[in-house]
Design a protein around this ligand. Structure first.
Ligand code: NAP
Length: 305
């Protein structure tokens, strides 16, 4: 065993870090395991202006503050991928490639990952013009034409961000209206270097080894090829739940089906944040889940004594 904890939290995004803070406030020993980078998806958000009490802050800074707060309160954190959970005695073995951690309670806060567009050669061209993060990769395409696929808040925000530096931005959405916040859609409409291709889909990626354009087909049957150096895919997210689906129930799409109490239906197992089936996936709802899951986990640990 690499260590023994009251609570092991799988995932170091806002839900996991909020859970760590609540766990430490209840004086539990807490370990957070994260496979990529602490802070989760919010760390890539250029600006967060809907977190109560903090009118405007970059996602990276907010993530950093949450992480520091959890550590300052005594939570431990390790970069490690959890490959599975195993029931062991009254608790769990949390399995990583370097060994196992023992936990009385586990909170799965595994978040979500970028959904693929599902067009041929997407994997092949990923990193060679096909991108999933405008904040990370947008600067590479300054002064050049790009496209964004999607119609939600992410796509519209990405298009806004890219239009600040790219020569031309095409936003390609499969329906006639966006589901994004109207204020951002309006702001996008006012950009002179943005073209909105509505009721249209990307049906082919062009270019040999490097993206040079996309083929777009409209609902009316017309098709055109657009020369772009990058396609930013922003079509939502999918849960990162597969390694745990044997212990925590999921719906058909793979989201954990715990209710508001965040209890996953097995003793000492809880889920929190974007990985949970819910209607609103926001920073605020993620930290709310983290708090609820940690309170329930602390009660569970106390009852074992
Ligand atoms: P989303 O709201 O699920 O939107 C995904 C978009 O991609 C939809 O417009 C959808 O089309 C489209 N889409 C899905 N699959 C597709 C496919 N295979 N081909 C083409 N288009 C496809 O995802 P999101 O924009 O990433 O946002 C996720 C959550 O985070 C939302 O709750 C959002 O409000 C929140 N968010 C908030 C902020 C903020 O600053 N407040 C920023 C980013 C995200 P349809 O519209 O036809 O379904």
């Amino acid at each position: 065993m690499l260590g023994t904890y009251d609570i092991v939290i799988v995932g170091g995004g806002p839900a996991g870090l909020a859970a760590a803070i609540y766990g430490r406030r209840a004086e539990k020993s807490v370990l957070v395991l994260e496979k990529n980078g602490f802070g989760g998806q919010i760390a890539w958000s250029p600006m967060v202006d809907n977190f109560p009490g903090i009118p405007s802050v970059s996602g990276a800074e907010l993530a950093d503050r949450m992480f520091s707060q959890a550590l300052d309160m005594g939570a431990e954190a390790e970069l490690a991928e959890v490959t599975r959970l195993r029931r062991e005695g009254a608790g769990y073995a949390v399995v990583t490639p370097d060994g196992d951690y023992a936990a009385k309670a586990v909170i799965l806060a595994t978040g979500a990952q970028h959904r693929r567009l599902g067009v041929a050669r997407e994997e092949e061209l990923a990193g060679n013009g096909v991108c999933y993060c405008a904040v990370c990769d947008g600067a590479f395409y300054a002064g050049r034409p790009v496209a964004v696929a999607g119609g939600g808040d992410s796509a519209v925000q990405d298009a806004l961000l890219l239009s600040n530096s790219c020569s031309q931005v095409y936003i390609i959405h499969r329906r006639g209206e966006f589901r994004a916040e109207e204020a951002n859609v309006e702001a996008l409409r006012e950009r002179e270097n943005v073209a909105m291709l509505m009721s249209a889909r990307v049906t082919a990626l062009l270019g040999d080894g490097e993206l040079t354009g996309v083929r777009v087909e409209s609902e009316d049957g017309s098709a055109r090829e657009i020369e772009v150096d990058a396609l930013f895919v922003a079509v939502g997210s999918e849960p990162d739940s597969a390694p745990f689906a044997d212990l925590a129930a999921t719906d058909a799409a793979g989201w954990f089906t715990a209710g508001e109490s965040c209890e996953a239906g097995k003793p000492g197992l809880f889920v929190a944040g974007d990985c949970r089936a819910k209607s609103v996936r926001q920073l605020t709802t993620a930290v709310g889940d983290g708090a609820a899951a940690a309170v329930a986990a602390c009660r569970y640990v106390d009852a074992l004594r």
